[in-house]
Design a protein around this ligand. Structure first.
Ligand SMILES: CC(C)(COP(=O)(O)OP(=O)(O)OC[C@H]1O[C@@H](n2cnc3c(N)ncnc32)[C@H](O)[C@@H]1OP(=O)(O)O)[C@@H](O)C(=O)NCCC(=O)NCCS
Length: 343
């Protein structure tokens, strides 16, 4: 069974309720029906039922729960929640309060269904949110950052890719690895990197189904190199390693490692003989988005790995961002992943 099939099988057992705010998007509507009809999840789609059905006459939506924010009796309750959650916050562009009144908050959520979905999630009316088929990453993540916030002990929302091998690879016997953060945090500091490492270990367990062994990556292994004159990234990775070990003492995590020291038993033994992770890593934390984004694309194009993601991690409740080029099948896969994160 492929990893994606395993993810779907596990998700089906959980029957989590996932909200998809983009009822105006045909791919999202098709995926909602597929997820509901195959029993993958309970699906809540936002929009006007008649308009959605008229625009998608061939899609069987009987099992999809369609909620229209304009007529939903809980809309005022969600507006009050948003007003309270953001009280005192100033809009950076206008210099004015984000929402001066509950009525303002209501107007805003009737324009921004991703925020509406995030409030349903905050209220516990759904278990996860999937959006971004027709909205930017920033517009998809901002409602979550503003009202869902981060998981206990974690201050940073980040992302990871689940990298799935298409052939046997002596350096990756699990056939699957986790790469982070390749998409959200541009230049994370040591604490943010520690958060990314802990969240990625959680994603490795809950989504990829592997026991995490986390490598904090660098061009240096255990102090073999330094970039003190430039970016000071080696001490940053060393500090991040120490912080992550303090935050999760039972987690198998170590660094800083060059990639070969992290995955090759031979190089690992030579360069970091006492490390429990060297030579055996399956979760890889990159020092910044440049290294991470370039790294995952090399594995994808030269190494034949399939890259599943970016998957958001570190939120108090799961939210995932779709790519605007996604297919209905991609949306179904992200619904399954989000359900596993809601476990
Ligand atoms: C993540 C991102 C969307 C946040 O954008 P933003 O709305 O401008 O963020 P702001 O700085 O205004 O912060 C909004 C809130 O989110 C919080 N926040 C921002 N980034 C955060 C993070 N990574 N983790 C936790 N909280 C975060 C802020 O603290 C702030 O909280 P507050 O309003 O309650 O005080 C933005 O950093 C981004 O676009 N990153 C790159 C994503 C991208 O395009 N990737 C390419 C895809 S491959």
């Amino acid at each position: 069974m492929s990893i994606l099939e395993k993810i779907k099988t596990e998700a089906s057992k959980l029957q989590k309720n996932i909200v998809l705010p983009e009822g105006e998007d045909g791919r999202v509507v098709k995926a909602s029906a597929e997820a509901a009809n195959t029993g993958l999840a309970v699906v809540t789609l936002l929009g006007d039922e008649q308009a959605i059905k008229a625009a998608n006459p061939d899609v069987d939506l009987k099992k999809v729960n369609i909620v229209n924010p304009i007529t939903n009796e809980k809309t005022v309750f969600y507006a009050e929640m948003l007003y309270k959650a953001r009280e005192g916050k100033i809009n950076k562009k206008t210099g004015l309060p984000e929402y001066a009144t509950v009525e303002d908050a209501k107007k805003a959520i009737l324009k921004d269904y991703t925020m509406y979905g995030a409030l349903m999630l905050k209220a516990g009316d759904v278990d996860g949110l999937v959006s971004g088929a027709c909205h930017s990453t920033a517009n998809t993540l901002r409602p979550g950052l503003q009202v869902i916030k981060t998981a206990p002990g974690i201050d940073t929302v980040s992302s990871c890719f689940i990298m799935i091998a298409d052939r046997e690879n002596e350096y990756n016997p699990d056939g699957v690895a986790v790469f982070a953060d390749c998409a959200i945090n541009i230049e994370p500091d040591a604490k943010q990197l520690a958060d990314i490492a802990i969240s990625s270990a959680e994603s490795a367990k809950s989504i990829a189904g592997i026991e995490p062994r986390v490598a904090m990556l660098s061009f240096s292994t255990k102090g073999s190199g330094n970039d003190d004159k430039y970016f000071k990234s080696v001490p940053k990775m060393q500090e991040a390693t120490a912080l992550a070990k303090e935050m999760a003492p039972d987690l198998k995590l170590d660094g800083e490692f060059q990639f070969d020291a992290a995955v090759s038993e031979k190089v690992g033994k030579l360069k970091a003989p006492d490390s429990p992770v060297a030579g055996k890593a399956n979760v890889f934390i990159f020092p910044n988005i440049n290294a991470g984004n370039i790294g995952y694309k090399i594995a994808q194009r030269f190494g034949g790995y399939m890259a599943l993601g970016p998957i958001c991690q570190g939120f108090a409740k799961p939210i995932n961002d779709l790519s605007r080029g996604c297919s209905a099948d991609d949306v179904v896969a992200v619904i399954a992943i989000t359900a596993l994160q809601a476990k």
